[in-house]
Design a protein around this ligand. Sequence first.
Ligand code: SF4
Length: 315
Amino acid sequence: MTSTRPKLTIRLAAPRGFCAGVDRAIQIVERALERFGAPVYVRHEIVHNRHVVERLEQMGAIFVEELDECPDDRPVVFSAHGVPKQVPAEAQRRNMIYVDATCPLVSKVHVEAQRHEDNGDEILLIGHAGHPEVIGTMGQLPEGSMTLIETIEDAQAFQPKDENRLAFVTQTTLSVDDTSAIVDVLQARFPGMKAPHKEDICYATTNRQAAVKALAPHSDIVFVIGAPNSSNSVRLVEVALRAGAPRAQLVSCAADVDWDELGPVETVGITAGASAPEDLVQGLIEAFKERFDVTQEDVRVTDEDIVFKLPRAVA
Ligand code: SF4
């Protein structure tokens, strides 16, 4: 029997979805619940995804924004984005059990920033104001040690104390292209500025942007599954549009798709931010299959096999 549904090609980005840091952070909360029993407190959304948070809440996790909302006698987990130094210090002072789920690639940036500070360099942090990772990275050093650079205009306006003692680090989930444009401006102005040994933008952000770039030009619309407060997911929408997708939309799951607004489409690109679970991707594909005669293609730019070890407290 021939299908009467319109034909649609779904181009599925690979890699997409969970990265090693998110996977580890979620496992840390699950293991902490097993080891210590409920409730386990989590300071800030463990990763920026409501579906993940709600599942962990059902298992007995309690999400709070600040440490002073946690009782002394229950364990607390710090989110994957990292925390200012005073947070673990305060947990220690209160004799709390705490497990740090900061992604090792964010911790690496913290170590770099500390090294520059020890060398007496003035530090620029390229990132977005207010993002918890930026708050955590700036909070590794005394207030005023780092200057935040958000835009090319910031890079053009910045006045160093001594241009021979400058270094920069970045947020891990930025747009690769925007960041290199900002770095170009800074390096042209301050050729001696020290750069990270290896890019601070992490492998997962880089690979997901490369995959969406590859599928965007051939898609009538690109759907990015992710949360509005997920930096790397929002970047994927921007990258898709810049790479030639006529439309790109951030949706938290299939229920967010406005089918009446979709219009005539023949090719749809799908990807997911690093904090979005694969079952949400599959749910979106199923929703398309209910309405279209779907052919599916993978657009794979690379394979990932990175796994991070769990902290000893929950290993
Ligand atoms: Fe770590 Fe990158 Fe994942 Fe953030 S996006 S948790 S830095 S691997």
